[in-house]
Write a protein that binds this ligand. Sequence first.
Ligand code: NAD
Length: 249
Amino acid sequence: MGRLQNKIAIVTGAAQGMGEAISRRFVAEGARVALCDINLDATEKLVAELGEGAIAARLDVSDNDDWLRVVALARSSFGCVNILVNNAGITGPTKGLLDLDEEDFLKVCSVNQTGVFLGMRAVVPSMLEDGGGAIVNISSISGLLANYGTNNAAYAASKFAVRGLTKFAAIEFAERNIRVNSVHPGYTRTPMLTASLNDEQIEMAAKNIPSKRVCEPEEIASLVVFLASDEAPYITGNEHIIDGGYTIV
Ligand SMILES: NC(=O)c1ccc[n+]([C@@H]2O[C@H](COP(=O)([O-])OP(=O)(O)OC[C@H]3O[C@@H](n4cnc5c(N)ncnc54)[C@H](O)[C@@H]3O)[C@@H](O)[C@H]2O)c1
């Protein structure tokens, strides 16, 4: 029996990278999954591969109407929602405070921060009706270290906010059997990373990581499966760092 047997999940940013790896593992562990992304074509291709345990939906996480539609779709397709993984994120421009336009700042926050708020607000009522659930919010080591060399004020602000929202929601819903945790990955080999760093730059970055390598998306998926599963009933409101030791030093 899979570790997520009989669970119903919504995963955002599911078309590629970490969201793809998480969705693949969830289906392999027995969950039925609504894969959601702004890139519907890529999501539909993945769903066709994953088979009947998966459905695809177009979702812009910063749009409340999209969220209401997706939750209704997941419930009508599968019956309820037990798990939400708020994974979708963007980096925005690599700029410090003084060079950053307000528009760019708000865009990054609308996806990375408001998206997590809207997602939890849309899904929690359904979880409460069904007796509880588990939420995993993907932050970053940028939500722990203000600037580890990336010089991206908007990204750091939004990822710190994810950590705060996670803890707030964990307290608000702990008694009602909803667990909320944040995951803080370090450098992870996804299209987001390879779009900004070439192979040589990734190798250079790895030299500063105690484990001497970057993370693979499947390793993030393993942590998310654990946090979302019934194996973690007493874990809530915590920051789960997965960075090969990067934040130790
Ligand atoms: N890759 C890394 O090194 C790294 C490290 C720490 C944290 N993270 C975080 O992990 C998460 C996943 O990152 P990734 O590396 O897989 O990124 P990625 O860019 O490879 O994939 C992100 C996915 O999110 C989707 N997306 C973007 N905006 C969206 C929106 N408004 N609504 C719905 N979907 C949207 C994209 O279409 C894409 O499929 C992000 O929150 C990111 O900030 C990544």
